[in-house]
Write a protein that binds this ligand. Structure first.
Ligand SMILES: [Zn+2]
Ligand SMILES: [Zn+2]
Length: 310
C-alpha cells in the first residue's frame, strides 16, 4: 500500500461524512444500488445524484453493471451539490448454477485484477449482445446499429439485453421493455444467448484485492431471478471475503429476508438495502429501500475510496 492509500484509509472515517454519534444528514438513509445510462439505467450519473439529493436521501451509490465509467460524472455532480456519493459496481458472476450479482463498493478502480476482470466481462457481454441481435434481426426490423443507438453513453455503456429491448421498442415491435423481456429476449426465446460470467469467488477476491466492500445483490430473489444461494454457498463466499447481503430489495420476498437475516447474523455479514433504480427503465423507485448510516460507515471503514461529494 502506498502513502496516498494509507492516508486515504486513515482519514476516511473523518471524511466519509457520517457522524459517529448519529446521522449528520437529515436524509432518510442511503440507497446502495442504483443504475445510470452507463449500464441499463435511463438517466445520466449526474441526474442520478441530483435525484437522490432532491428526494432527501442521506447518500446514494452508483452501481452500474461491470463498469466504473459513470463514476467521474457522478462524483462531479456530488461535488457540485455537496451530496454524499458511494462509487460502486454491480458485477455479474455465477456460483455453481446460481447467477450471482455482486455489489462492489469503494474499491480501487486502478487495481490490475479489477481492470482485467472488467475488460474480459465487457468483451463477453458485447459478443453475446451481437449474437442475439443478429439472430433477432433475421425476423424483426432491428440491427446492430439500432441496438448501439440505444446505448446512451456510447462505447462506454455496458451492453446488455435492455438495449436490445429498447431497440425493439423503438422499432415498434414491442410496447415496452417488459414486453421484450417476457418475449423475444426471454431465456425461453429461440433468440436467447446465455451470458457467460466469472465465478463469484474470483470476483469477490478481485474486489477484496482492490480493497473494496462486497455484497450480494437481491440475494433472496427466488421468484423473479431463479435459484438463490444456499446457506453453505453463502458461507463459502463469506470465507472468500464477502462483507454483506442485500437483504432489503423488492425482489426478496419476506421469507427470504427472514432466512437471510439469520444467515447474516451467524456469519457476521452486513445487511444492506437498495432500490436497483434504473430511471424509467424499471418501476423501482429510488430510495424505496435505504441503508442506515451505521452500515454505510462500516462499508467505508473497510474500503479504499472515501465517500465522494463531501
Ligand atoms: Zn442485479
Ligand atoms: Zn442492479
Amino acid at each position: 500500500m502506498n502513502d496516498i492509500q494509507k492516508s486515504d484509509f486513515s482519514s476516511k472515517a473523518d471524511n466519509c461524512g457520517i457522524s459517529k454519534t448519529g446521522a449528520e444528514y437529515d436524509g432518510f438513509g442511503w440507497d446502495l444500488h442504483c443504475h445510470s445510462s452507463f449500464s441499463d439505467g435511463t438517466c445520466s450519473p449526474a441526474e442520478l445524484v441530483e435525484k437522490a439529493a432532491q428526494i432527501g436521501l442521506s447518500g446514494v451509490a452508483i452501481t452500474d453493471h461491470d463498469t466504473t465509467a459513470g463514476w467521474q460524472q457522478a462524483a462531479a455532480a456530488a461535488q457540485k451539490l455537496n451530496f454524499p456519493l458511494i462509487r460502486g459496481t454491480e458485477i455479474t458472476s455465477h456460483f455453481g448454477r446460481v447467477s450471482v450479482h455482486i455489489l462492489a463498493w469503494l474499491y480501487d478502480p486502478q487495481n490490475e485484477a479489477i481492470c482485467a476482470l472488467f475488460d474480459n466481462l465487457t468483451k463477453m457481454r458485447k459478443e453475446r449482445i451481437l449474437l442475439m441481435t443478429d439472430k433477432i434481426s433475421k425476423d424483426y426490423p432491428i440491427d446492430r446499429e439500432a441496438v448501439f443507438a440505444c446505448m446512451k453513453s456510447g462505447d462506454e455503456t455496458t451492453p446488455g439485453r435492455p438495449h436490445i429491448a429498447d431497440a425493439l421498442v423503438a422499432a415498434g415491435v414491442c410496447e415496452n421493455r417488459s414486453q421484450a423481456f417476457a418475449g423475444i429476449i426471454s431465456p425461453k426465446s429461440p433468440y436467447y444467448v446465455p451470458a457467460s460470467s466469472p465465478d463469484a469467488v474470483q470476483v469477490i477476491k478481485a474486489v477484496k484485492n482492490a480493497c473494496g466492500a462486497v455484497g450480494i445483490a437481491h440475494s433472496g430473489a427466488i421468484y423473479s431471478r431463479g435459484p438463490v444461494l444456499s446457506e453453505e454457498q453463502i458461507e463459502e463466499l463469506a470465507d472468500a471475503g464477502l462483507d454483506a447481503l442485500e437483504i432489503f430489495h423488492r425482489d426478496n420476498p419476506e421469507e427470504q429476508r427472514i432466512r437471510l437475516k439469520k444467515i447474516a447474523g451467524r456469519l457476521n455479514l452486513l445487511a444492506t438495502a437498495g432500490s436497483d433504480w434504473h430511471g424509467k427503465g424499471k418501476i423501482n423507485r429510488m430510495g424505496e429501500n435505504a441503508s442506515d448510516s451505521e452500515t454505510v460507515r462500516e462499508i467505508v471503514k473497510r474500503s479504499f475510496l472515501t465517500v465522494a461529494g463531501m
